[in-house]
Design a protein around this ligand. Structure first.
Ligand SMILES: NC(=O)c1ccc[n+]([C@@H]2O[C@H](COP(=O)([O-])OP(=O)(O)OC[C@H]3O[C@@H](n4cnc5c(N)ncnc54)[C@H](OP(=O)(O)O)[C@@H]3O)[C@@H](O)[C@H]2O)c1
Length: 262
């Protein structure tokens, strides 16, 4: 149910917690800040970058919201269960954004079982485990929203990304299955970012010629910014998206809509 009396999409009237993985940088940080702007207190995780996490804490506190950072490596299954259960029990969050992920670039010969298993653990197993732990609290909130972050790599193929693409396709599948299973109490939607200026693809786009070729492949003519994706995540979490569940929302500057240029 939409939050009664919200003044604009995404805005919440009562203080509710949102939990975000990977909130120290990139899209997760932008989502954490957008959710704080919309009125949520924010519990976010980071893997190792404590100084970036402190900056995000200061920014969220500066907005008058409570903030709870926690170091968490999604490859550590026990730690994921511990964080998810304690956060769900102690904060009763209304929103979960499963944003953090790892990528791997390498041709097929580099895709050893260890490489593939690690990406599955971080990008898929941890997401399902967090959904399992958070679902009762999200449902009890009366307006629960679970948002996964997938990728164009889950919809289209590209060389050197067999494991990453597999995990992102799995994220789309688990999103739809959870949308059905958790309805009507919890809405579950996937956000598909296009190519966004973050550390994740900084190396691949370091060459200016590559960066401008990529920009030409996007109808809007440029890469996205983390804030542009974070704003849509906050909107998905709010009353304005009350009739969306099981949706796959692309925020890609039109990249997936365009025929390849010959
Ligand atoms: N950027 C893009 O163009 C793009 C495109 C499509 C999809 N995506 C998806 O968008 C999401 C966010 O990507 P991003 O570009 O914002 O990434 P990013 O800037 O590299 O940030 C990654 C975040 O995830 C955390 N993290 C990384 N590995 C982790 C692990 N094993 N356990 C726990 N936390 C971990 C990092 O923590 P530390 O700061 O402590 O390292 C950081 O907060 C990911 O799901 C990604 O697949 C991104």
């Amino acid at each position: 149910m939409p939050t009664a009396g919200a003044r604009y999409p995404g805005e919440v009237e009562r203080m509710t917690w949102a939990a975000v993985t990977g909130g120290s940088r990139g899209i997760g940080r932008a989502a954490s800040l957008a959710l704080a702007h919309a009125g949520h207190d924010v519990a976010f995780t980071y893997r190792s970058n404590a100084s970036e996490a402190r900056v995000v804490c200061d920014q969220i506190s500066g907005l008058g919201r409570r903030v709870r950072p926690e170091q968490l490596d999604l490859a550590d299954g026990l730690a994921v269960t511990r964080w998810a259960q304690s956060t769900a029990e102690q904060l009763s969050p209304q929103v979960l954004v499963a944003c953090a992920a790892e990528t791997f670039r390498g041709d097929l010969s580099a895709h050893t079982p260890d490489v593939v298993r690690r990406l599955l653990d971080v990008n898929v197993v941890a997401t399902i485990e967090m959904a399992r732990a958070f679902a009762p609290a999200l449902a009890a909130s009366g307006d629960g929203s679970l948002i996964t972050v997938a990728s164009m790599n889950g919809l289209r193929g590209s060389a050197s990304s067999v494991a990453y693409s597999s995990t992102k396709a799995a994220v789309l599948g688990l999103t739809k299955a959870l949308a059905v299973e958790l309805a009507p109490a919890v809405r579950v939607n996937a956000l598909v970012p296009g190519i966004v200026e973050t550390a994740m693809n900084a190396e691949a786009l370091a060459d200016p010629a590559t960066a401008s070729a990529v920009a030409r492949s996007i109808p809007l003519g440029r890469l996205g910014t983390p804030d542009e994706v974070g704003a849509v995540i906050a909107w998905l979490a709010g009353a304005g998206a009350a009739y969306l569940t099981g949706s796959v929302l692309t925020v890609d500057g039109g990249a997936l809509a365009m025929f390849p240029v010959h």
